[in-house]
Structure formats: C-alpha cells, structure tokens
Design a protein around this ligand. Sequence first.
Ligand SMILES: C[S@@+](CC[C@H](N)C(=O)[O-])C[C@H]1O[C@@H](n2cnc3c(N)ncnc32)[C@H](O)[C@@H]1O
Length: 276
Amino acid sequence: MKNDENIKSMKLYNDVDRVYNELKEIGKNDSDSLQVNELTSFDQLHYHGTYALDYAIKKIGINSNMLILEIGSGIGGPARYIANKTGASVVALELQSDQHKVAMDLTERCGLAKKVEHICGDFITYNWQGKKFDAIVSWLTLYHIVEHNVLLKNCFNYLKSGGFFYAEDLFSRKQFSEEELYEISKEMYGNYLPDLETYKSEIERSGLKLIDYQDMSEIWAKFTHERNLSYISKKDRHLRVHGKKIYENMNMFYAFMDRCFSQGKLGGIRITAKKS
Ligand SMILES: C[S@@+](CC[C@H](N)C(=O)[O-])C[C@H]1O[C@@H](n2cnc3c(N)ncnc32)[C@H](O)[C@@H]1O
C-alpha cells in the first residue's frame, strides 16, 4: 500500500509554522509564555479535540503517578493537555523533526517541560533502553505505520504489566480500489488500513487483551464534514491569518478527509486493550 511519497505528501503536515500565525492572531509574540487552553483550538490534530482526550483519560484512569507514552505526538497538543490536566508524565514521540521542534517550543512556553519529554524518532525502531510505560496512547497515527505487527509487539513489550494500550485510528469499512489506495497513501499517508475484524484480531494476537472498542466511523464522518464546511465558511479569516498557500493546502486536506469518510469506505476506531 505504501508508495514512494514521503509523509509530507499529506498536506496537514506542511506549513507547521501556521501555529505561529494562530498565536500572533491571539496577540502572542514568539517568546511569550502560553497556557495549554490557549492552544487547544489548533494544536489537536485528531477528531473532537480535548473531548477525545478526556474520554481516554477517564477510560484508562490516567493519574499523576503514571508514565504515558504517546506515539505520533505531532505538535504536542495531546501530551500537554494530558500532563496539565492529570499531572502524569508524558513521553511524546514524534517522527517529523519540524513538528517535534514546534512541540518542544510550545511545551517549554507552557511551563510543562518537566512533565512532557519530547523525543524525535520512529516508534518502530526507537530503542527505549528498558524503559516501560503505564500506558501507550495514540491519536490518528497508527494508520501511517505499515509494520503494524511490529508496532503492536513493541507496544506489548514496552508496557508494564497491567498497562493500557489506547488508540484512535482508521480502518477500511469496505475494500478500496488500487487507485483509491494510491490516493490515500499520498493524501493522508495511509499505509495500513485493515478491516475491523483484522484490526481487533491483530491486537489480541499481540498478547494484549482487548477491553473495549467503538466504531467511530459515522461520528467522524459527521465531524470531518462539518470541519470541511466550517473551514470554507471562514475562508476570509484563514486567508488573512495564514495566506493563500496554507488556506488551499488545509482546504484540500479537509475536503479529502470529508470525502473519504462520507463515501463510507474509510472507518474510525477507538480501542482499549490491556497487558495482563
Ligand atoms: C495526525 S498526527 C496526530 C498528532 C497528535 N497525535 C494529535 O492528535 O494532535 C500523526 C502524527 O504521527 C506521526 N508519526 C507517524 N508515524 C510515526 C512513527 N512511526 N513514529 C512516531 N511518530 C509517527 C506523524 O509524523 C504525525 O505527526
């Protein structure tokens, strides 16, 4: 499924500096200190922002004694929110160096650098040198990773016993054509989209015990549709704040995700598992 395009073919990952345009818009210069809640309308690169994080915090009982690993932490929105809200220590692992750099800057300016450790690396190959986590969490990242079995095996190995695996991820509801798969690999760097049954059985085969899952497909179809319409309706604002190139890139990305979900082939899953 993977093609030769690199991850930057996904337009969401271009122009990471758009965060600084948003900060300027709320009157912050490049060195001002920040509050986590000033960032949450633009630093959450998944669906339903901090509501989704609150759900996970409650579901797996994240608290101040826990060490959490987030796989694919983007510009650090979920990691900062979780650390700030629960007092947990969070290790935020991100593949792309530009996202990682912005994440570190924002975390530092939020005064959270002691609670959130940002690491730039690939979860498939990263050597944790024996470190183990109370929970491994991830939002809208795992579908990028073609080596899904290695990913799950690593999760199993890096969890303490009794630790939780929690992910929000994508799957295939119906089979995609070769052409569609090519487009998906380019526009959303979608490299692993099994059907729901395969998704669940691979979790169980990794040794993790499946606790709960929800098919989020309809809810995320509605979310991505409304996000697309809302972005277009605020075109003048986005052009003023970000300029034409960023507006067009984001517009194309949001429209693509809306189309994929509304056609009924792309699905979303929220899944919780445990290492006994
Ligand atoms: C859609 S973003 C979500 C970011 C963050 N979880 C959030 O919800 O705001 C997915 C992120 O996963 C990262 N990623 C993809 N493959 C990865 C890997 N193998 N190891 C670490 N990060 C990865 C991407 O670079 C991207 O920043």
